[in-house]
Write a protein that binds this ligand. Structure first.
Ligand code: VG1
Ligand code: CO
Length: 542
């Protein structure tokens, strides 16, 4: 029986960079999840009789919210609900299913790289019919609706058994529980030459993939070990766990340290890779060499033609503003357009839909293409594997040849986590206040050429999005960007992005922190990081 429940709004249901993220106890408040899901439905348009995809990264509270979402979707009039078995779908797999089944949209339950567990993080994200994260227009409407909501619609239907594949009728809708991996793995077989990858692996090409006890485990097992016949054990930490084994499922130099150490030592394989909680991020390491995500984007763009899906070239390359300009140099050489968008995958959607960009990337370990509308960790690993297989070169050789051709954008991101929110806001306000007078002044002996707060004008839908990060550009071409994170759940996280270009005939073998030392000093002089936050060192350096 369908029923309408009276409720009162919460004032904090504002989606951030990627959906609504809060601590689990916060989500567990009475009506909290229901309010937000109803706000999504109310704001999203005419979905009656249409298809909704539901799945998540398997973290704590995933299963409960999948049942709530199924009941509410049926009671609100969706015709068909496609659910990943056991409530599991990686973010890129969900994006693919929305597109493949012509769905109205999807609800993805994830807090991505944030830790999971009863006291840790949970998240709800809505993706639209193109498979991509809801654009700003829609997230705004969801927030407005959530802020005034007075009732939601659900039913008394019992929980469904979502642990076996099957079709159920419930509350007037058809629910299909499907294998979360098969469709996605099949898509990868269409994009890449699995035959040729298999033979390269048979000839000795080796890979280590760390699934970090998160959602990519079953996907990576199926693709790398079962379909590509990489040796058993190539996929590490492949059992998804509700608390990710107590770790942050964040593939970076701090949280994927074991993989990094392995790749720097005698046990290294040809390719080392890791993905995050929901499977949309990737970290790439070769024998003895870490490739930062901005460089990885550039190198993937330069070599994408080696994979069947990109044999005819790329339409364009897009990167988020804080991502280094390495990809722009590749686009220039290829004679294709380069786009600079705000942080967050939702800003790539229009460019991908309009056929303006084929490959997109962010400095935060995110890369993807127009095969879905999300970043895609396993896709990036398969493209790197293809490059290694087709060229027969080592990752280190490919990286050095790339820098010798294009120059190297030394790059690093410094994160100051769980900073006092007021202190972080003061830092940004003070910086904003002096933006107009920075040009012509000096910091750490370098002259500032330009300073602004990045605003993006979307060339497809003509919308403008402001305040997307403060950029300080020096006369020597170096750059510092300051932004506050939109995905954290405790205090504020300050991100400082540092970039310095070294030309093609320069020195490409410096330690990035050493190469950027002067810029790091300048960043503190300009923003007063230590003065405001009391922190002398960042928590995470990538
Ligand atoms: C971070 C990254 C951003 C990424 C976002 C979602 O956002 O910087 O590039 O798109 O996470 O990724 P923020 O606002 O905290 O800087 V995921 O894998 O958490 O969905
Ligand atoms: Co993610």
């Amino acid at each position: 029986m369908t029923r309408t429940v009276s409720t009162t709004p919460f004032d904090d249901q504002k989606p951030g960079t990627s959906g609504l993220r809060k601590k689990v106890p916060h989500f567990r408040q009475e009506h909290y999840v229901e309010n937000f899901i109803q706000a999504i439905f109310d704001a999203a348009g005419d979905y009656k009789g249409k298809t909704l995809v539901i799945g998540g990264d398997g973290r704590f509270y995933n299963r409960e919210v999948v049942q709530i979402a199924i009941r509410m979707a049926a009671a609100n009039g969706f015709g068909r609900i496609v659910v990943g078995r056991s409530g599991i779908l990686s973010t890129p797999a969900a994006s693919h299913l929305i597109r493949k089944y012509g769905a109205f949209g999807g609800i993805i339950l994830s807090a991505s790289h944030n830790p999971g567990g009863p006291e840790e993080d949970f998240g709800i994200k809505f993706n639209t019919a193109n498979g991509g994260p809801a654009p700003e227009r829609v997230t705004k409407a969801i927030y407005e609706r959530a802020s005034t909501i007075t009732e939601y619609t659900t039913s008394d239907e019992a929980d469904l058994d979502i642990d076996i594949n099957g079709t159920f009728e419930t509350g007037g809708a058809t629910v299909e529980v499907i294998d979360p991996v098969t469709d996605y793995a099949d898509l990868m077989e269409e994009l890449f030459d699995f035959e040729s990858l298999r033979s390269a692996i048979a000839r000795g090409l080796t890979i280590t993939f760390d699934a970090m006890c998160a959602v990519t485990g079953p996907y990576a097992k199926e693709i790398f070990e079962k379909r590509l016949l990489a040796s058993p054990g190539s996929v590490l930490n492949f059992m998804p766990m509700e608390d990710f084994g107590g770790h942050h499922p964040d593939p970076n130099l701090v949280h994927a340290r074991m993989l990094y150490d392995q790749m720097m030592g005698d046990e290294a394989t040809d390719l080392g890779a890791a993905s995050d909680g929901d499977g949309d991020r990737n970290m790439i390491i070769g024998r003895g060499i870490f490739v930062n995500p901005s460089d990885s984007l550039a190198m993937l763009a330069a070599n994408a033609h080696l994979a069947p899906a990109y044999r005819n070239g790329l339409k364009g390359v897009a990167r988020s503003m804080p991502t280094s300009a390495a990809a722009d140099r590749v686009a220039e050489k290829l004679g294709i357009d380069a786009y600079e968008t705000p942080t967050g995958w939702k800003f790539f959607g229009n460019l991908l839909d309009a056929g303006r960009a084929t490959i997109c990337g962010e400095e935060s370990f995110g890369t993807g293409s127009d095969h879905v509308r999300e970043k895609d960790g396993i896709w990036a690993v398969l493209l790197w594997l293809t490059i290694l297989a087709e060229t027969g070169k080592s990752l280190s050789d490919i990286a050095h040849a790339h820098w010798a051709e294009y120059g190297r954008n030394y790059y690093s991101r410094h994160d100051y986590e769980a900073v006092d929110t007021e202190a972080a806001n003061r830092l940004v306000e003070e910086l904003q206040g002096k933006l107009g007078s920075l040009a012509g002044t000096e910091a750490a002996g370098m002259t500032i050429a330009k300073a602004d707060n990045f605003a993006y004008h979307d060339p497809i839908d003509d919308t403008t999005t402001e305040n997307q990060g403060i950029r300080v550009i020096f006369e020597n071409g170096s750059r510092v960007v300051f932004r506050l994170s939109g995905t954290g759940t405790a205090g504020a996280t300050l991100r400082v992005y540092l970039e310095r270009f070294e030309p093609a005939d320069g020195d490409h073998d410096l330690d990035p922190q050493a190469a950027l030392a002067n810029l790091i000093k300048a960043a503190d002089e300009i923003a007063g990081i230590e003065r405001h936050t009391g922190r002398a060192e960042p928590d995470v350096i990538t």
